[in-house]
Design a protein around this ligand. Structure first.
Ligand code: KIV
Ligand code: NA
Length: 261
């Protein structure tokens, strides 16, 4: 199973090599990231916001995910292709295994689900079914409505201790790596020190984890209406597109009645 081998290669990076994860939602982006040498391509449920125009990830369905995983998978050869399990599709162990199977058949090498120790049984079952799993702890975007907003995790000692238990439970259940989102830098370092698998940080401080995660739109400036404070855009894709469209409109503009003259 080539997907399991790819996942094992990511797991083996712990303590040896920094891991990079970038999101993609379509064929050209997946192919560009793969050819650039990114380790992991994630078809995140962030697709809901940056591609589908929803206010948060709670509107994303399994059909959306399958559609975008299929497209992205056509462009990715070498990277580990991870597909997010959307909200309400892994409420039970049986649901979790069924959802993981659908994303795997759509072309994902691995699936990612949100939650720590409470999800260990589901992670174990998916891994047992032959599908690699990536964990996701800390700030969990699928809980945004439940929690009434996005808040940094790990500020209290109890929360920090729980996060360390979470990463250990997720790794123990068989996850090949774990996204650590929205955690204070000191706690992200502590989680990383206690994790037997690579931790992949986003919004958890610089140089605190075994690897780094970025949403492609944030990295290249393709979604100017919201840019997280922790990302430094490396390009201005939105600006380039606007300029190209405006220049083209000016170029092709023809006074009515003068075409062909
Ligand atoms: O959906 C997503 O893009 C994610 C990453 C931010 C980890 O889950
Ligand atoms: Na996600």
């Amino acid at each position: 199973n080539q997907s399991v081998e790819k996942a094992e290669r990511i797991r083996a990076c712990k303590g040896t090599r920094h891991v990079t994860l970038v999101t993609a939602y379509d064929y050209p982006t997946g192919r560009l990231l793969d050819e650039a040498g990114v380790d992991v391509v994630l078809v995140g449920d962030s697709v809901g916001m940056v591609q589908l125009g929803f206010p948060d990830t709670t509107h994303v369905t399994l059909d959306h995910m399958v559609h975008h995983v299929e497209a992205t998978a056509r462009g990715v050869k070498n990277a580990l292709l991870v597909g997010d399990m959307p909200i309400h599709t892994y409420e039970t162990v049986e649901d979790a295994v069924r959802t993981a199977g659908k994303l795997f058949r759509a072309g994902a090498d691995a699936v990612k689900l949100e939650g720590g120790a409470s999800q260990a049984e589901k992670i174990r079952a998916i891994v047992k079914a032959g599908i690699p799993v990536m964990g996701h702890i800390g700030l969990l975007p699928q809980k945004v409505l439940e929690e009434g907003g996005y808040r940094i995790k790990g500020k209290s000692a109890a929360e920090a201790d729980a996060l360390v238990k979470d990463v250990q439970a997720v790794a123990e259940a068989g996850a090949c790596s774990v996204v650590v989102e929205g955690v204070t830098p000191s706690v992200a370092r502590r989680i990383t020190a206690h994790s037997p698998v690579p931790t992949l940080g986003i919004g958890s401080g610089a140089h605190t984890c075994d690897g780094d995660v970025v949403v492609i739109h944030d990295l290249v400036g393709a979604f100017p209406w919201f840019v997280p404070a922790f990302v430094k855009p490396r390009a201005d894709v939105a600006g380039s597109m606007t300029t190209a469209v405006k220049e083209w409109m000016k170029d092709v503009y023809t006074e009515p009645g003068t075409a062909g003259s």
